[in-house]
Design a protein around this ligand. Structure first.
Ligand code: GLN
Length: 198
């Protein structure tokens, strides 16, 4: 199994390190040609969604990645990655892949609570240490988006078909359960492509 990590900007190395520790082969997506390589799943890391969105367009990678996600490529999106997937962004006129039927709010915790750590329950996984860094939260979900976690009544983790999106940074803690959930979803999507395509 091979997992691609979008490596244009942000916290991609941290995801790669976790995947390495889990014994998963990793490739980096840095330019258009990298998208011709084979991979079974995709990680969209945290960082700055506006910068990532701009670079995806500039490097002509946007449409291919969007098509892959629509066709069922399993994705794990963290923080800015979640913003890239969202169908709507309540406080920004930009919108990106639009494959995840949720509305997010960028930098939703304001300046003072820009960064914080909280331990909360994730559906089926139990208590998980969550690091929020100028994080979004999810204000609305549509269709059959499954809510995986909330912090103070705000949705911070969801799953929809082939996509798992979290507002925190599981790559910054020594706990691989979110990454394992994603690896399991790759196997599930391979077994049943219909449940994963958008
Ligand atoms: N504030 C960033 C954005 O709007 C997201 C922060 C992060 O990925 N840690 O894109």
């Amino acid at each position: 199994m091979k997992v691609a990590v979008l490596a244009l900007q942000g916290a991609f190395i941290e995801h790669e390190k976790i995947l390495n520790k889990m014994g998963i082969d990793v490739i980096e997506l840095r330019k258009k040609e990298d998208l011709n390589k084979h991979f079974d799943g995709l990680i969209l890391p945290g960082g700055e969604s506006t910068v990532q969105g701009k670079l995806l367009r500039e490097f002509d990678m946007f449409d291919t990645i969007q098509d892959k996600i629509k066709n069922g490529m399993p994705v794990l999106a963290t923080c800015a990655g979640c913003i890239l997937l969202a169908e709507k962004i309540s406080n920004d006129s930009n919108v990106y892949f639009k494959t995840l039927p949720v509305e997010v709010k960028r930098n939703a915790y304001g300046r003072q609570l820009g960064s914080f750590r909280q331990e909360e329950n994730i559906k089926d996984l139990g208590s998980f240490p969550m690091n929020f860094i100028r994080a979004p939260y999810i204000e609305k979900v549509w269709e059959d988006v499954e809510i995986l976690a909330k912090v103070d009544e705000k949705i911070v983790a969801v799953r929809y078909k082939n996509q798992i999106a979290v507002c925190f940074h599981p790559e910054l803690v020594n706990d691989f359960r979110i990454h394992q959930l994603f690896i399991n979803s790759i196997a599930q999507c391979n077994e049943n492509k219909e449940i994963c395509a958008n």
